[in-house]
Ligand binder design. Structure first.
Ligand code: ARG
Length: 468
């Protein structure tokens, strides 16, 4: 037979060889097989309940689909690119196994609404997995923060030393980014879990279908309002890709931090051997390749988002074959995000924090200058003037190659008479951290509250989610 059996009735010739390869999606959309089978079982049962096919035929279809699934899982399934996609591969094998009853499965359904439901199920499964991995990573950050409540390091603005912060506080900043990612995924899932099945090709169908019951059976919250929107909507993929992009951006920022901290000029972290690589020419090197690669992989996830936004921008209603381009970018982005989340969790579990080195580096960069200014304000000096006086003390210390606290009281009095012996307690770096107890500040009570909030958030979410 030259033509494709499922749609070739009116064709004399089959597609040109180059066109077969150009149009097939089986090589990648076979990842949707578990979801296609789930959706088809639900469709078959609904057809039986509604009397569109007999109850016995519905049961045969469900059993047959289960047999196909067993073959796919065992690796015995023969994928055929000439059948175009995962949907037609499964249906063809079903018909081989159960005979002519298999041909009844597609009643009241088009590949347009079929692919919509299968892909929505797939995207939802992937997002469940991202969410599960995010929660694990958040727990790991919480654990590392808990271990380092007492460590302090230079906090930076403009990548310049600014004020001392606790290491726990610095790490927890990432936990809150990831919490937003979890919440964003949970919210997006409400819109992903909407079934388009029943929209058929574009206009609905004449069979007395019950799309709500299919949606309920696959665990979705509802169905489409408009059949033309249902078959051409890819907002759900775009939202998922945006969620993935933003999450990768957060991971990439953390990677950047790790890369800088691993440079011996900083020396704030030591990567474990399992998460670093050497150089083929420079024997001394221990490179943060894993973090660099993750920072780099962020680009391809953004690329998938931009790619699909561009695919969609000129799409007239309703289904157009351009829509087949929705999958490869997503599949790649999902794999990239899931593996990045898992690898980041492993890297953070093993990373060593060189807290002595962090503390030593506080003496460089006048991180206690704000404390000095605030001290002068406490002596009744207006802040702007206190800022100016402190600036002169910094200039003196810089000229002498010393931190502020190493200037003698005489030297400080030379800058301004109002300095007293009590300034030294204020200049203490740990004291500076301890004083910052405003909500969300770096003070120990604030950090303890953050850890408590994080624990409650994680405890409130079961680690659920299916593999994708
Ligand atoms: N493989 C196709 C896709 O992913 C299936 C839909 C084809 N539909 C059609 N009417 N040609 O979009």
């Amino acid at each position: 037979m030259k033509t494709n059996a499922s749609w070739g009735g009116r064709f004399k010739e089959g597609p040109a060889e180059a066109v077969k390869a150009y149009t097939e999606s089986e090589s990648y959309d076979r990842s949707l097989a578990p979801q296609d089978i789930r959706a088809s079982k639900a469709h078959a049962r609904m057809l039986g309940r509604q009397g569109v096919i007999s109850a016995a035929d519905a049961e045969t279809l469900v059993q047959g689909l289960e047999a196909v699934w067993q073959e796919i899982q065992s690796g015995a399934f023969q994928w055929k690119p000439e059948l175009e996609d995962v949907h037609m591969n499964i249906e063809a094998r079903l018909t081989e196994l159960v005979g002519d009853v298999g041909k009844r499965l597609h009643t009241g359904r088009s590949r347009n609404d079929q692919v919509g439901l299968s892909f929505r199920l797939h995207v939802a499964d992937c997002m469940d997995e991202w969410r599960r991995l995010l929660l694990r990573l958040m727990a790991r950050i919480g654990q590392r923060a808990e271990e380092h409540r007492d460590a302090i390091l230079p906090g930076c603005t403009h990548m310049q030393p600014a004020q001392p912060v606790s290491l726990a506080h610095h790490l927890l900043a990432y936990a809150w980014m990831l919490r937003r990612d979890v919440l964003r995924i949970e919210d997006s899932l409400k819109r992903v879990r909407v079934s388009p099945l029943g929209a058929a090709a574009l206009a609905g169908t004449t069979y007395p279908l019950d799309p709500e019951s299919v949606a309920a059976e696959v665990g979705f919250g509802g169905i489409y309002e408009n059949s033309m929107d249902a078959v051409s909507d890819r907002d759900f993929v775009l939202e998922a890709l945006f969620d993935a992009s933003l999450c990768m951006e957060h991971l990439s920022r953390l990677c950047e931090e790790i890369i800088i901290w691993a440079n011996p000029c900083f020396g704030f972290v030591s990567l474990s051997d399992g998460y670093a690589t050497g150089s083929s020419i420079m024997p001394q090197k221990k490179n943060p390749d894993v973090a660099e690669l993750m920072r780099g992989k962020t680009g391809r996830v953004y690329g998938a988002l931009m790619g699909l936004l561009t695919v969609m921008k000129g799409m007239p209603l309703a289904y157009n074959r351009d829509l087949q381009e929705d999958k490869e970018g997503f599949l790649d982005a999902s794999r990239t995000l899931a593996s990045s989340l898992a690898v980041m969790e492993g890297m953070l579990a093993e990373i060593g924090f060189n807290t002595a080195r962090m503390e030593q580096s506080l003496a460089k960069g006048f991180l206690n200058a704000t404390e000095m200014a605030d001290y002068l304000v406490g002596k009744g000096i207006p802040f702007r003037e206190a800022h100016h006086v402190t600036g002169r003390a910094v200039a003196l210390a810089e000229a002498r190659g010393l931190p502020l606290e190493a200037l003698s009281l005489d030297e400080l009095k030379g800058v301004d008479e109002r300095f007293g012996e009590d300034v030294y307690a204020v200049l203490d770096y740990r004291a500076a951290v301890r004083r910052r107890e405003t909500p969300g500040g770096t003070g120990p009570r604030s950090v303890a509250r953050q850890l408590e909030t994080l624990r409650a958030f994680l405890a409130g979410r079961e680690e659920t989610g299916s593999a994708c």
